[in-house]
Design a binder for this molecule. Structure first.
Ligand code: IVH
Length: 494
């Protein structure tokens, strides 16, 4: 019952019934205290409350749907709004019940949790991959996410994925019987899920911090990776009153353990021009192992930051990496600086098109404003074709560069008049791959309007705002006629 016979050829996208929100991060006591003040200020009077502390498991969030007690769907988080249907793979996780262990199951139940690989399994997989000469997984989270998206559920079954359940949504009003997160966790356990036993009910932030300290030591002996503590208001009524921002619940926060840091040496300083023309200085460094991955580039953010750090080629620097964030240079060890170095000067001209860079007053970002700069065009095409935009499979950085270098596209619109012959003539392309690409481009015309809006790469129109705009203005014509007031009046924009 747990392993399907046929490997899937691809996954289908599914819209989540309830979005999967992310969590705001706090990195110290002050940030945690600010969060408490913030949620309390939002209420008329400070209520009685308790916090539930849970370990933050470093894995991949998934959503499970049960109808009349039977598991009918498992999906990845995706971008929180749509994910991929991976029911067949989910079923291979033995700690996920195929049938809820309760007498009168509600008609519909959604369970969320973190799928993860135990550390020993992760290391075993990498040892096996070393033997087979395959690329290694950088960390257990990547290995878990990669495993969930395996097309062959037999492989998934071998990988010993596991799941800690932490959220319970019941659809048909039965929710009213459960008033606390703590009780949800107990009920999830009764239903047959694995719930992390290291949870704690806390009366104050002081108790939360004690728990955080305790597990900073304790986590080193856990068989799975933990990168922080999730603090949630226990009372569902309070949760409901506080609601959500565009990205986060206001009633929960992740208190993170400090990011990993490592020293290395700067070999070069380069600038990268993004799709908005923003020029980002980057340090190219001697490769160093950090939080499970090999790092050789770190962002220097902008010209002000470069000046503040006074970073120079040859410097020994401390770099830091937290979660999925791009690594950054946090400190220059000037006492180790070799003699004869010179301060780095930000370029005055675009490294790609040579036009003069501009930096608007009161802005930290330097930009290339030449609309035909190849770097901007390249970035726009990659963004347009990306998974959350119109999702053109096979159109990544390499092809985008080839198309631009060969003068085949001057804008995103030009993609739609490319022919098989034109593409087949490009380096390392053939008729078959050219046909596939032309088909993928044609299919992208059927994408929904919110994805197209996102794909256009308008500043301030990310995935969330594109969705909100698309559901408030039924067509692109309506949107182009929209007044300031009608956009301002939309809930979620303001
Ligand atoms: S609660 C609205 N609880 O952390 C509630 N998340 O950084 C949001 N995570 O996307 C999630 N352990 O993948 C929650 N005990 C836990 C968690 C947890 C790990 C992950 C989850 C989430 C991410 C946010």
């Amino acid at each position: 019952q747990r392993v399907g016979d046929q490997p899937a050829s691809q996954f289908t996208s599914v819209k989540h019934n309830i979005p999967l929100y992310s969590l705001e991060n706090a990195f110290n006591s002050e940030e945690l205290a600010k969060w408490e003040t913030r949620w309390q200020r939002q209420l008329k009077a400070i209520p009685e409350f308790t916090y539930v502390c849970e370990l933050k498991i470093d894995g991949s969030a998934i959503a499970l749907t049960y109808e009349n007690g039977i598991l009918v769907r498992g999906a990845t988080r995706g971008d929180g709004i749509t994910g991929e249907e991976i029911t067949q793979n989910i079923k291979t996780i033995r700690t996920i019940p195929l049938k809820l262990n309760i007498d009168h199951p509600p008609s519909r139940v959604e369970v969320r949790g973190e799928a993860f690989l135990p550390l020993d399994v992760f290391e075993g997989i990498n040892q096996e991959r070393t033997k087979l000469g395959e690329a290694l997984f950088a960390n257990p989270r990547n290995a878990a996410a990669g495993t969930l998206r395996q097309l062959d559920s037999k492989i998934v079954a071998q990988r010993k994925l596991n799941l800690f359940a932490y959220t319970l949504h019941i659809d048909d009003g039965a929710n009213e019987d459960i008033k606390y997160q703590w009780d949800s966790l107990e009920l999830l356990q009764e239903m047959g899920f694995l719930v992390n036993p290291n949870r704690k009910l806390c009366q104050s932030l002081a108790e939360v911090e004690a728990y955080f300290e305790e597990w900073d030591i304790g986590r080193k002996n856990l068989p799975y990776m933990t990168d922080g503590v999730v603090v949630k208001l226990n009372d569902y009524q309070l949760q409901q009153k506080l609601g959500f921002t565009q990205k986060f619940p206001r009633w929960a926060i992740a208190l993170k353990y400090p990011a990993e840091e490592a020293p290395t040496i700067v070999k070069e300083i380069i600038v990268n021009v993004g799709r908005t023309g923003a020029v980002t200085p980057m340090a190219v460094m001697q490769p160093v192992q950090l939080a499970g991955t090999t790092v050789q580039r770190a962002t220097l953010h902008n010209g002000d930051r470069v000046a503040e750090l006074d970073i120079r080629i040859g410097d020994t620097v401390i770099i830091r990496k937290a979660g999925e964030i791009i690594p950054e240079v946090v400190q220059v060890l000037t006492e180790l600086r070799p003699s004869g170095t010179v301060p780095y000067k930000m370029p005055t001209n675009c490294p790609e098109c040579n036009s003069i860079l501009v930096r608007p007053q009161n802005e930290a970002v330097t930009r290339c404003v030449n609309s035909s700069c190849p770097a901007i065009l390249r970035g726009s095409i990659i963004h347009w074709a990306s998974r959350n935009a119109v999702d053109i499979r096979g159109l990544g950085e390499r092809i985008a560069i080839l198309l631009i270098e060969n003068n085949l596209v001057q804008s995103v619109a030009d993609l739609y008049s490319l022919t098989v012959e034109q593409i087949a003539n490009l380096d390392r392309m053939g008729t078959k791959s050219a046909e596939n690409l032309v088909r993928a481009i044609a299919e992208s015309k059927n994408q929904t309007y919110d994805r197209i809006l996102f794909g256009l790469g308008i500043r301030y129109v990310g995935r969330v705002n594109a969705n909100i705009l698309a559901s408030n203005f039924p067509s692109i014509e309506d949107l182009s006629q929209a007044s300031f007031e009608s956009i301002e009046a939309i809930y979620g924009i303001g």
